[in-house]
Design a protein. Structure first.
Length: 367
């Protein structure tokens, strides 16, 4: 399976050493205000099949509380493979991929509110990936099932009201005005498109070809959309893994809904690496990773940087703080022990590291 192979490949490349400047986690059982401005939620996938995914809270001073869902809900496990977290008003939506469910919590306390599990043919929660708030009462959730759907969630009733057919294996999504742009990664197959959904009608209005396996997507300060396409990989000679098609970073002009810029990150035939994407500096700087290097690209630049901003570690996730312009790089040394968040200044200098849960893949900042 594609996700399992990605994890195996990542573990082979990951750096074994953990530096000594890490902060100890604050393992208290006090239910705090987990939506305070300046804080962050770290998503920890856990080990596939082990039902040990979790969520960590990092307060504005950098103190960590792990297992906040379990703390708030009498020790009940959150589930198997925590894919993502999205805050919409005072609600938090947690996509629990391998438990086939959408968990809705109070974003301030992480108390359980509702679990959405729907296994009907057209509206189901199998392989849920990412959520996006359309307004306070409506959310979209990408569903990587074989049909390729975006589920429409009514947040007043916490129910699925509709399924929108998109491309295969939908992943991350962003909204610009009343359009939502959805990466179609192919799931267990191959796709190379981004679907555009009108949020008023919940109908796909257009499809754009961007490159093989589009997975990551962000919106910049000019309201354009950037898509990271991982490219196809050849596993037939594993552990030697090469690219069948290039990894690319492309920009979609949201006025014309066309690709107007394209950069190749890894050429076809070259060794395959995990690639990540984040945006910071108030939407003006893209951060992307290739192997053990993180680069900074200004959104107005016409060429890729030749020098990496950060080197020396392989990361499983990437995020950028809107408050401090810090770069948060998440490392999973393996999928059986604690992971780490390495926090860097925008200059690339290391600030510290934070010990979190197993397999951290992303961070969401409370504003």
């Amino acid at each position: 399976m594609k996700n399992t192979l990605k994890k195996i490949m990542f573990i082979l490349f990951v750096c074994a050493s953990i530096i000594s400047c890490k902060k100890e986690d604050n393992q208290n059982n006090t239910i705090g205000t987990y939506a305070e401005s300046g804080s962050a939620i770290v998503v920890n996938e856990g080990n596939y099949g082990s039902n040990n995914g979790s969520v960590s809270f990092v307060d504005r001073n950098g103190l960590v509380t792990n297992y906040i869902y379990e703390n708030a809900n009498s020790g009940i496990n959150l589930g198997d493979v925590i894919q993502s977290y999205t805050r919409i008003g005072n609600k938090g939506i947690i996509c629990v991929n391998n438990s086939f469910k959408i968990e809705i919590v109070d974003a301030r306390t992480f108390k359980h509110l509702e679990t959405i599990v729907d296994t009907t043919a057209t509206q189901n929660t199998s392989y849920v990936r990412y959520a996006l708030g359309i307004d306070d009462n409506k959310a979209y959730v990408t569903n990587g099932n074989f049909a390729g759907e975006v589920e429409v969630i009514n947040l007043s009733t916490n129910t699925i009201t509709k399924s929108i057919n998109v491309g295969k294996g939908p992943e991350q999504l962003v909204m610009v005005d009343n359009n939502v742009y959805v990466c179609n990664s192919g799931g267990f197959d191959v796709d190379s498109t981004v679907s555009i959904i009108n949020t008023t009608t919940d109908v796909v209005t257009s499809t754009i070809n961007v490159g093989d396996i589009p997975q990551k997507i962000v919106r910049d300060a000019q309201n354009n959309v950037w898509v990271l396409c991982a490219g196809q990989s050849d596993y037939s000679n594993y552990p030697i893994i090469n690219k069948l098609s290039p990894s690319k970073l492309v920009r979609i002009n949201t006025t014309t809904n066309t690709v107007d810029r394209s950069f190749t990150l890894i050429n076809a035939g070259a060794p395959s690496y995990v690639v990540q994407l984040a945006i910071g500096n108030n939407g003006r700087t893209l951060y992307y990773s290739v192997s053990d290097r993180i680069y900074a690209l200004e959104i107005t630049s016409g060429s890729l940087p030749t020098t990496a901003l950060i080197t020396g570690r392989n990361f499983y996730g990437l995020a950028a703080s809107p408050f401090s312009n810090q770069i948060w790089a998440l490392q999973a040394p393996n999928f059986t022990s604690s992971g780490y968040v390495f926090r860097y200044a925008s200059t690339g200098s290391l600030i510290d590291s934070l010990k979190v849960g197993i397999g951290p893949n992303g961070a969401v900042f409370n504003q």
